[in-house]
Structures are given as structure tokens and as C-alpha cells.
Design a protein around this ligand. Structure first.
Ligand code: DGY
Length: 318
């Protein structure tokens, strides 16, 4: 059996595939593979590991209906036409759970960096602008006892909430499609309406999937309702915020700051005004990028492929 991997995954996953006599071919170029190149690469293989934002839409799936399984090297599956995959009987696997801690760490890192203007002040050193010690300019804000609003209280949101309670005794409110009993029982998190979430939070951290309902959810109307000293954090998908509106909201001080691990589009252009704002921190979609997590993701990807090629139920199927 053969699998095409549209990027590089950690060795542990490759080893598992080899132990199961699965022959691997890889996309080797630094640029993202195009849709037609992906279709070509899949012609002679039985399975695909999709690394990065490949669009696995109806047209791709119809061109590759011979695939026995597709394993995503991600928890998010917004780039897949899941309905069409079901219709064509192609199981789609993803990697939930193993990246929750690392992604929550990234959200926490951004929150703290924004609250202390850390990325902006670091750039000042690089630009030779470290001047005399001054007690008043460019001050940050503290997080202790503030209210954290989680938009999407799943596994990653729960991990972010734990970190914020442990470090700063923050109060946690959340908004979800469904109540999260674990978050309520273990963390004392309070379920609120979306309006209450945006009006009451000092920090809003987004941990929901990108869906037609969440696309562009954080727009000017929402930023206007947020507190003027609030921080917006997004480590989920760039499409959930309207980036033009976010820039305007920050320029007009409707909110205090923003931390983004995901942008719209990705990669972000180097002349994006967000990169020069004092209370903004941007990272290049590194949420799950630790050695431990990427090993665990590669293992799950391999297990999904092995199960799919055997005609078994995938350990993690979307
Ligand atoms: C995920 O797992 O969804 C990450 O954002 C990588 O795409």
C-alpha cells in the first residue's frame, strides 16, 4: 500500500507507517503544493496525509475517489468537504487531544506578550531604540483577577482556562454551542450568551472551529461592544475574525490589544499594520509546534492511515 504525504511529518509517524509496510512518498518543495499537483500526486497512491491548508473540496475528492483514507495533520478540518467525503466513502482522520496543551500554551504566551507589549518592545531593542529607564511610557496591563472569556470551550479552551486560573486566578466565562459540564464543575466556568461574553471579558480567547456560523464572527460590531482595555486572542483560525475590522478597532482604541497565531490570509503580508502596533503580538501559526506534540500528531496520523488502509474505523475520524 502507498501513501502520499504533502509535507514532512515527524519520524515516529514515518516509522509506524514503514513497520506496517506502507510505502511513503513526500512533497519535498518548500512551497505549499497546488491543488492540481496534489491530485497528480494522489493518482498512484491509496492514502493521503494532508499537511497544511490543502483545500480538500468536492472537486479534489471527486478526482481522488480511489483514496481509501485521508489523514489530516491537524485537528481542524475546515478545509475539507466532509459531506462529500462521506458520500464518496473516504474516511477523514484528524488529530484531536494531543495538541490541546501546546495550543493553549500559545494562546497564553500571546495573552501575556500582548499585556506587556513584549513583541513591540523587543523590536525596539533590535532597532537600537533601547533608551534610558523611564517609569511611565509604554506600560502594560496586569491580568491578575481579570475575566477570561473563552469562545469555544472544548479541549483547547479548557487548557487555556486552567492556565489562566492557575497563573492569575482569572474568572472564566465561556460561550459555546453546548454547555461544557467539565469546565463548569472543575473550573467553575460560567456559561454566558455571546453578547455577555464580549461585553464582560477582559481577555477573549477564541478556540472554536471555523464554520459558516463562526466565519467573520469578530467584526466591527463585536469589537465595538468589547471593553476598551480588552485583549483579543485567536489561535483557532484567521477566518473567525475580520482582520480589517480588527486593525481599525485597534487603531481607534476600541480594544487594547490582540494576539494572533492565525491570520487572514496566511502567511500575513510583512506590511500588515498589525505588525507595528504596540499591543499586538503575531505568530506564524505555531500553535502545536513543539517536538512532543508534533511527534504525537505524526503517530495519530499514521494510526489513522493504518486503520483506514485495513478498512477499520479510524482512531480519530471527523
Ligand atoms: C490544527 O491542528 O488545526 C492546527 O491549526 C494546524 O492546522
Amino acid at each position: 500500500m502507498k501513501v502520499f504525504i504533502s509535507g514532512n511529518i515527524a519520524d515516529s509517524g514515518l516509522k509506524l507507517l514503514a513497520q506496517n509496510n506502507i510505502i511513503v512518498s513526500n512533497w519535498k518543495e518548500a512551497r505549499q503544493i497546488t491543488s492540481s499537483e496534489l491530485i497528480d500526486a494522489c493518482r498512484d497512491v491509496d492514502a493521503l496525509v494532508s499537511v497544511g491548508p490543502n483545500k480538500l473540496d468536492a472537486s479534489f475528492l471527486q478526482s481522488c475517489k480511489h483514496l481509501k483514507v485521508i489523514a489530516l495533520h491537524s485537528v481542524g478540518f475546515d478545509n475539507v468537504d466532509v459531506e462529500e467525503a462521506r458520500r464518496l466513502n473516504i474516511p477523514i482522520g484528524n488529530t484531536p487531544g494531543v495538541l490541546s496543551g501546546a495550543t493553549a500554551d500559545t494562546a497564553f504566551l500571546l495573552m501575556l506578550a500582548v499585556s506587556r507589549k513584549a513583541f513591540y518592545l523587543h523590536k525596539k531593542i533590535l532597532n537600537g531604540q533601547w533608551q534610558n529607564y523611564e517609569p511611565t511610557p509604554e506600560l502594560g496591563i496586569e491580568l491578575h483577577g481579570k475575566t477570561l472569556g473563552i469562545f469555544g470551550m472544548g479541549k483547547i479552551g479548557l487548557e487555556m482556562a486552567k492556565r489562566c486560573i492557575g497563573a492569575y486566578q482569572m474568572k472564566v466565562i465561556y460561550h459555546n454551542r453546548n454547555r461544557n459540564e467539565q469546565a463548569e464543575a472543575v473550573l467553575g466556568a460560567k456559561y454566558v450568551s455571546f453578547d455577555e461574553l464580549i461585553e464582560k471579558s477582559d481577555v477573549i480567547s477564541v478556540h472554536t472551529a471555523l464554520t459558516p456560523e463562526t466565519k467573520g464572527k469578530f467584526d466591527m460590531a463585536v469589537f465595538k461592544k468589547m471593553k476598551p482595555r480588552s485583549i483579543f486572542i485567536n489561535t483557532a483560525r484567521g477566518g473567525i475574525h475580520n482582520e480589517e475590522d480588527l486593525i481599525t478597532a485597534l487603531q481607534n482604541k476600541l480594544i487594547w490589544g490582540a494576539g494572533l497565531d492565525v491570520t487572514n490570509p496566511e502567511p500575513m503580508s510583512v506590511d500588515n499594520p498589525l505588525l507595528n502596533m504596540e499591543s499586538v503580538a503575531v505568530l506564524p501559526h505555531i500553535g502545536s509546534a513543539t517536538q512532543e506534540t508534533r511527534n504525537a500528531m505524526a503517530d495519530l496520523v499514521a494510526k489513522n492511515i493504518i486503520a483506514g488502509l485495513r478498512g477499520e474505523k479510524l482512531p480519530h475520524q471527523v
